[in-house]
Design a protein around this ligand. Structure first.
Ligand code: ZN
Length: 334
């Protein structure tokens, strides 16, 4: 299980999940909570780590792969991005995160290199950062156009990176985004899904859990806060990060969305993944269905749901569900 810290805005699912564009096994890409420019995204380790230097060495390939996708995505939207790790003050121990900012001419990176002292190219990103950290350089990770850098020492301003970036962007004439609300998040999510589809990546994988007790199945009515299918009845569902284990992730989603721990449920069946979408060779979605028996406790609602109902599975078609739910249920039904 990854390490989380209660109260951390990047660890609290209620705060991070509505902003997510993509997740891999170790990393998440989200729209910024306080965007400084249109297309401002945040790249972060899913685990609560103090800095990118604290990543395990084996995270390198996964990080580079995701950064490559970020390069391709941003280049196709508002121009190639500069990625720079937050530089917290010495006393702060917060969740490591890096700002992804469209920077088509590389001016932001040039200014960062001036403000950040010397810039060293990195080979293996976490290992090299950790080595520089050991030597006391308090390195900050930066990335642009496929090249990884460590910004070392230098006269970093006291106001923190967010404030410094706001000043620099204003000086460059980059307007703050006109819209930073849910509509903007939806727009960037759609753009990311489009990029993902057009770039021929693997299908988006999803886990969907059905909770059963005394022969009845629990459906959850999606709230108005969710991005898709608001007001529809659904199982417990979520995107499966690339490289993550489906069952492990299903148990995490159950915990996040219903508060039920893995000791309170028993896996009845893991169905074969169900492809959804147009009958193309490459399905846009692949759903991993799971049926769990509820052993103890009661599911609770989180922000994603406004109601729950225990129903006879034979009545599934009578509910206004997410359209593919009855079809996917068949994959785990007895
Ligand atoms: Zn955290």
């Amino acid at each position: 299980m990854r390490r989380r810290v209660p109260g951390c805005p990047f660890c609290e699912a209620d705060q991070l999940e509505p902003l997510l564009l993509a997740e891999t096994r170790r990393f998440a890409l989200a729209t910024a909570q306080r965007p400084l420019a249109p297309g401002h995204l945040v790249l972060l380790p899913r685990e609560h780590l103090p800095s990118f230097a604290a990543l395990l060495p084996e995270a390198d390939a996964e990080l580079r792969e995701l950064l490559g996708r970020i390069d391709a995505f941003t280049a196709g939207e508002l121009g190639l991005a500069t990625v720079v790790e937050n530089w917290p003050s010495e006393s702060e121990r917060e969740h490591a995160h890096a700002h992804v900012l469209p920077d088509p001419h590389g001016r932001l990176l040039a200014e960062l290199r001036r403000a950040g002292g010397t810039a060293e190219p990195l080979g293996l990103i976490p290992a090299d950062l950790a080595a520089l950290h050991q030597r006391g350089g308090s390195p900050v990770f930066a990335w642009r156009a496929g090249q990884a850098w460590a910004l070392l020492g230098g006269p970093r301003p006291n106001q923190g990176l967010h404030g410094w970036l706001a000043e620099r962007l204003a000086a460059q004439g980059v307007p703050p985004p006109a819209d930073a609300g849910p509509d903007a998040v939806r727009r960037w999510r759609r753009a990311w899904q489009r990029y993902r589809r057009d770039s021929g990546g693997p299908p988006q994988r999803v886990v969907t859990c059905f909770l059963r007790r005394d022969g009845r199945v629990c459906l959850f009515k999606r709230s108005d806060l969710v991005e898709s299918a608001a007001g529809k009845w659904h199982g417990i569902s979520g995107y499966l990060p690339d490289g993550a284990d489906p069952l492990e992730h299903a148990l995490e989603e159950l915990q996040e969305e219903t508060g039920l721990s893995r000791e309170q449920v028993a896996l009845v069946r893991a169905g074969a993944p169900v492809p959804l979408g147009e009958p193309a060779e490459r399905p846009p979605w692949l759903v991993h269905p799971f049926l769990f028996e509820l052993l103890s406790g009661e599911p609770r609602l989180n922000w994603e749901h406004q109601a729950l109902a225990w129903i006879d599975p034979g009545d599934l078609e009578r509910y206004d569900t997410v359209p593919w739910l009855p079809h996917v249920y068949q994959a785990v039904a007895e």
